[in-house]
Design a protein around this ligand. Sequence first.
Ligand code: PLP
Length: 454
Amino acid sequence: MSSPSPDMPGLPTDEHIFFRSAGSVNPVIDRADGIYCYDITGKRYIDGMGGVGVVSIGHNVPEIREAAVRQMEKVSFAHPFHWKNQPHMELTERIARFAPPGMTKIFMCSGGSEATETALKLVRQYHVERGKPSKYKVVSRWSSFHGNTLGSLSMTGMRSRRELFAPLLKDMPHIAACNCYHCPFGRSYPECGLPCATDLEAMILREGPENIAAFIAEPIVGAAGGALTAPPEYFKIIREICDRHEILMIVDEVITGFGRTGKNFGISHWGVVPDIICTGKGLSSGYSPLGAVIVKEKVFEPFRMGRGFSHGYTFGGNPLSCAVGSAVLKYIEDHRLVERVAQLGQYFFEKAQELYELDMVGDIRGKGFFMGIEFVADKKTRRPFPAGLNVAGRIGDACFTNGLIVGAGKGGIDGVNGDHVNLAPPFISGEEDLDEIIALMRKSILDVRQALTV
Ligand SMILES: Cc1ncc(COP(=O)(O)O)c(C=O)c1O
């Protein structure tokens, strides 16, 4: 059963919505502006999660609206079968300037799952074109999320999202997560020797390098782990292993891309250049569905010489979406928002340290404006709460009631246990906004703590 629509004259019913979660009881949004969303009763919420890690430049920015209208007045749809279009050219130019050196070829799509699905097919065809047709498997990690389509879900390591569809998924190898707070190998950094990274080589040798096309990872894990952040050596070791076995390195920057972590792309914190970057979300700041796969020159080469890429979407390179994406990237550049996130991100994390005073707060991690907070029943032993208590879900709900939107998640430790919330505020947030976010977070944790003890 869906919730009754609030008693507002003229409001449509929600009866015909096939809700993602049964009986959604969410309020109806009316409008959004800057870092705030407002429901139809006028209640204000801080968009502390930028929607779901999407809203980068803030809501209701006039420049984006104007760019969309300008483009609609010219042409909104033109398919690459028949046309090149200028917004597509302009946006890909901008993305190439934004991307790490040498990553100059951009395949446009409409979202994150389309981007990772595209990468999966791209690495497969890349190896076929190079005369290595047995290479098709993509190694990924447990506690990861790469999307909900079947290819991207096959690479995903998030148990709760995979379970129901397991019979439909391809058998892709998964290695352990990089989770220093709950090391899957029971070790401690830095003495550990990073088995979470070297395990990739063991997996490759087990599966046979001749069968492995690529490795995929999020630079900072999003929904599946609460901003799990690898130590400095991690991605260098991964890069070397990939190179040794002719395996392409894909990073999934659907959340971490376009400035969210205080660098253009998250992977740059590790001083590594991947072969392929998958992006989405912040690329358009949510003003239009948009995703992109950014590819190194050398990966594009076999496609240039051969039959082209045997893949594509109706809305890939859509003029309207590309015009919106271009306007968003221009806004990020003009307002130096990546530099701003780098600077204020430090403040955000300093401020968040005060949450450690609360007995449930076990770990705070991430970079820039992407933060994960993990809750534990026992700080000393890092013991999680029983999964059935749904602690993160309750904290997420308390935040919402208190006027703060966050991303609550569970299962980050082993697929079942572990409670975290993610924060990903818009890049335009100032110190006072960040203070308010942390204050509301504290209040919400205390609200739940109280409810748990009665
Ligand atoms: C890291 C990552 N990859 C892929 C996706 C899938 O993106 P979309 O929901 O736009 O298909 C998400 C979405 O949350 C994500 O966080």
